[in-house]
Design a protein around this ligand. Structure first.
Ligand code: PRP
Length: 184
């Protein structure tokens, strides 16, 4: 467990402020609403990191929608990716014939979303769209792209707005860079 305390959070550099995030999420919502052309959608949040993004994006989309959640883990505790995906929680409701919007906080190696995309495809939805708040294209090892990306970022480990380090920092309103010295 890192020694960094929540009181040290202010020392972590801000990558995107809460205002920047809010503005971008609103833009993404407007674009998604347009693209759905008034059709209903199932918003599928990938737990846990996407919970806060889903909550904000859902209110920006303003279409007839339902929520569902899956949980698939590709990271070990800490900053290292394990490469293997484990489906921990599947969908609650059938998605056959429905428009689905998969909502992720961050698209990194693409291992998680690539796995989930194939999983959802097998259930024959009408359409699959992916919204990722953050995208780290330099880290991609699987050929998957999001239809909607909030921000492209360099290869930094980020926390806040749903994203964690060892389950902490998810509730920070800004997205901050977890600098190596913060966890040493
Ligand atoms: C993070 C993130 C994505 C995934 C992206 O989830 O929320 O689901 O990793 O990484 P990838 O593109 O390299 O697969 P994580 O497994 O850390 O779980 P969490 O959302 O509960 O923090």
């Amino acid at each position: 467990m890192p020694e960094t305390l929540l009181t040290d959070v202010e020392q972590l550099p801000i990558l995107f402020s809460r205002d920047q995030i809010q503005a971008r999420v609103s833009e993404m919502g407007r674009q998604i609403r347009q693209d759905l052309c008034g059709e209903p959608a199932v918003l599928i949040g990938v737990l846990k990191g996407a919970a806060i993004f889903l909550a904000d994006l859902a209110r920006s989309i303003e279409v007839d929608c339902t929520f569902d959640f899956v949980s698939a883990s590709s990271y070990q505790s800490g900053t290292r990716s394990s490469g293997a995906v484990q489906l921990i929680k599947d969908l609650d409701e059938p998605i056959e014939g429905k428009n689905i919007l998969v909502i992720e906080d961050i698209l990194d190696t693409g291992v998680t979303l690539n796995f989930l995309y194939s999983h959802f495809e097998r259930h024959k939805p009408r359409s699959i769209r992916i919204a990722a708040l953050l995208d780290k294209p330099s880290r991609r090892i699987q050929p998957i792209q999001a239809d909607y990306v909030g921000f492209q970022i360099p290869n930094e480990f980020v926390v806040g707005y749903g994203m964690d380090y060892a389950e902490r920092y998810r509730n920070l309103p800004d997205i901050r860079i977890l600098t190596p010295n913060a966890v040493s």
